[in-house]
Design a protein around this ligand. Structure first.
Ligand code: ADE
Ligand code: ZN
Length: 325
């Protein structure tokens, strides 16, 4: 049992899917509240399915479990539960993604999903001391035309989003398919992030930067397969939102000891530590910090750098960033 782990420094969480914070207990609670039958007999039965072999095996369960989210209150309760837990983890600012399309295809309107999440975010500073931003992530395994339609709807309703993201099944769904979506978002004054290099090749990271003009790359761990790309990412200080426990659970890396985080630090890459889908990967941001600290024996200075990177790479105002640093 390690004795002298350092506490997680106050940080920003930049890579978090709010639907990935839906804990098994809340899934059962919401199913009961909404009169829905779950395809699981018990919490244990559900938990037994949290063994993933790759990204798709996780996504199948993630999308299926979302079906319990039906009302605004469901989205608000899920978001408040995350904020409460994140506050205990040391998170002081969060830029959370949500998947509006995944709810629309189930017949849940944007006003319900976005409205429900926003109701919790609007009170977050006062209630939990966490400032927040919301990112609408688009499903890369759906047509770009659908994404464009949803973006227009979000803009028309004045959705309180700071930017857009790109998530879901990566391999075979390159960033290049979403040029028009990111152009429209930019025209509308939105910021942007994109998952790239989680399971997909380094070329997807380059596409996300060159074709989508993404401000940050979510994951990006596969950049190490291309030394020239690593040099570029270092030179341009491109923020990479790394999620160590997620990468282990989705078998993007063979084990935590083989995770590239220490090599990424050595290269001088601009990385932060994040939880991705904490309810599915047994780990909120503090669990991720603890795991990498334990495994790699990171110094106080390295932990502070990871936390400072998260704050500097955030879309928070200069004033808020200065307050957090
Ligand atoms: N959606 C939720 N979590 C994701 C991940 N880790 N990669 C891609 N899409 C996701
Ligand atoms: Zn993610």
């Amino acid at each position: 049992m390690p004795v002298d782990l350092l506490p997680t420094p106050p940080c920003a969480e930049l890579h978090l899917h709010i639907e990935g914070t839906l804990e098994p207990e809340l899934i059962f609670e919401l199913a009961a509240r909404n009169g829905l039958d779950l395809p699981y007999d018990s919490l244990e039965d559900l938990r037994a399915r949290y063994r993933f072999t790759d990204l798709q095996s996780f996504l199948d369960l993630y999308y299926s479990n979302m079906d319990v989210l039906r009302t605004e209150a469901d989205f608000t309760d899920m978001t408040r539960a995350y904020l409460r837990r994140a506050s205990a983890a040391g998170v002081r600012h969060v830029e959370m993604m949500m998947d509006p399309q995944a709810h629309l295809v189930r017949g849940v309107p944007l006003s319900v999903s976005v409205g429900g999440v926003w109701a919790a975010l609007a009170r977050s500073e006062e209630e939990f001391g966490i400032s927040t931003e919301l990112i609408a992530a688009f499903l890369r395994d759906h047509p770009v035309a659908e994404a464009l339609e949803v973006l227009e709807e979000l803009l028309a309703m004045g959705a309180p989003i700071i930017g857009i993201g790109l998530d879901s099944a990566e391999v075979g769904n390159p960033p290049s398919s979403f040029i028009d979506l990111y152009r429209r978002a930019r025209e509308a004054g939105l910021r942007s992030v994109a998952h790239a290099g989680e399971e997909g090749p380094p070329a997807y990271i380059e596409e996300a930067l060159d074709l989508l003009q993404a401000d940050r790359i979510d994951h990006g761990i596969r950049c190490l397969d291309d030394p020239d790309l690593v040099d570029r990412l270092v030179r341009e200080k491109v923020p990479l939102t790394v999620c160590p426990l997620s990468n282990v659970r989705l078998q993007a890396v063979p084990g935590l000891a083989e995770h590239p985080l220490p090599r990424m630090l050595e290269h001088g890459l601009n990385i932060s530590v994040n939880s991705d889908d904490p309810a599915y990967f047994d780990g909120y941001v503090d669990d991720n910090f603890r795991a990498v600290q334990e495994t790699f024996g990171l110094s106080r200075a390295q932990l502070a750098l990871l936390a400072a990177n998260s704050i500097e790479a955030s879309f928070a105002s200069a004033g808020r960033r200065a307050e957090l640093l």
